[in-house]
Design a protein around this ligand. Structure first.
Ligand SMILES: Cc1cc2nc3c(=O)[nH]c(=O)nc-3n(C[C@H](O)[C@H](O)[C@H](O)COP(=O)(O)OP(=O)(O)OC[C@H]3O[C@@H](n4cnc5c(N)ncnc54)[C@H](O)[C@@H]3O)c2cc1C
Length: 65
């Protein structure tokens, strides 16, 4: 079945997520295409430090989800 989207974001890392989030908030029908796993590089990282809202760090996979 054919479906027309307003916007397609290539890559599901932080940059892609942010672009898709803002597009959705603006009312666009947006889809993300990711070739690896949700979260991008952070998904293959044990612990993410210096990320707003997580003063003790957060597991990369958890943040990606
Ligand atoms: C080991 C490691 C530790 C890190 N630790 C920290 C940390 O502690 N704190 C911190 O702030 N940052 C950390 N970083 C950096 C952080 O992960 C990156 O700055 C961030 O992920 C960049 O986000 P991005 O969306 O620009 O790119 P990426 O995360 O690289 O996302 C790009 C996505 O695009 C996908 N993609 C590419 N080409 C295609 C295609 N043709 N079709 C479909 N999908 C495609 C990729 O699979 C990927 O998921 C770390 C990085 C690594 C590798």
């Amino acid at each position: 079945m054919e479906r027309i989207h307003d916007m397609i974001v290539i890559g599901g890392g932080p940059a892609g997520y942010t672009a898709a989030l803002y597009a959705a908030r603006a009312g666009l029908d947006v889809v993300i295409i990711e070739k690896m796993s949700a979260g991008g590089q952070m998904a293959v990282t044990d612990t993410i430090d210096n990320y707003s809202g997580f003063d003790a760090g957060v597991a990369g996979w958890d943040l990606g989800m």
